[in-house]
Design a protein around this ligand. Sequence first.
Ligand SMILES: NC(=O)c1ccc[n+]([C@@H]2O[C@H](COP(=O)([O-])OP(=O)(O)OC[C@H]3O[C@@H](n4cnc5c(N)ncnc54)[C@H](OP(=O)(O)O)[C@@H]3O)[C@@H](O)[C@H]2O)c1
Length: 261
Amino acid sequence: MGLFAPLNPPLPAWPDARVWVIGASTGIGAAVARALLARGARVAVSARSADKLREVAGANANALVEPLDFTQTAAVASAWERIRAAWGGADLVLIVAGTHEEVRAWELSEGKSRALLETNLHGVINTTSAVVPGLLAQGRGALGIVSSVAGYRGLPKALVYGASKAALINFAETLYLDLNPKGLGVYLINPGFVRTPLTDRNAFRMPNLITAEEAADEIVAGLEAGDFEIHFPRAFTRKLKLMRLLPYRWYFALVRRATGL
Ligand SMILES: NC(=O)c1ccc[n+]([C@@H]2O[C@H](COP(=O)([O-])OP(=O)(O)OC[C@H]3O[C@@H](n4cnc5c(N)ncnc54)[C@H](OP(=O)(O)O)[C@@H]3O)[C@@H](O)[C@H]2O)c1
């Protein structure tokens, strides 16, 4: 493989692509689903809120609406079967769904953390385990997982959320090592701050905040480029990547200065 060759096999041109977006009722997932429908792809949209999914699908004949809770194994398996039966296969499964809650050390509780991990970690692993055998049987196709730059290193207020996203980064890296030699694509998507119903709850100033539509454009461009890691906005993620390299003493001091926490 050339030094600068894409890490993932190319996806079909969008008008030929069949994409399942999980977490498509609001925010980044809804914007990605809309962006792909606008480019002529066939898109199946899933999340728990059926009414919002129908809004995203609109009257587009290329859209399939498959409401589900992605932590439920049987629900994901039967939706996957229906989608592949409708399309005769699938080219890309994008797992965008996730949730966020601010937690500091003195607010930590078993119940809250279990609920967050159930969604952010188990939901993703559950969906991955449902789709991988079908993708392997096809011998082509790709899987994209939305994690977060909050998974790079520890950050205040992200006590359990950050841990779930760090786990997803590792999970996606390991999936890549397993699935790339089998001809499948694996994409790790690490957004910075994006204005969505999830971040509307944040009371703090979010640096380099972008819209969900801008995030969707970044994701579409990264998929087209075949990147393993799709991270944005670059002005923010470049700084965080540099901070990843710092020794703990400097890293902790910098985070304290930047957040005042
Ligand atoms: N916004 C940011 O700044 C930011 C930054 C980094 C990473 N991210 C990540 O990006 C992803 C999308 O976040 P967002 O900001 O777009 O938030 P959002 O608007 O709240 O979207 C979350 C999506 O996940 C779905 N979802 C949640 N639990 C689900 C479940 N059990 N089963 C099926 N679907 C479920 C929600 O739909 P229903 O409620 O209808 O089920 C919704 O479609 C998340 O993984 C988040 O951690 C966001």
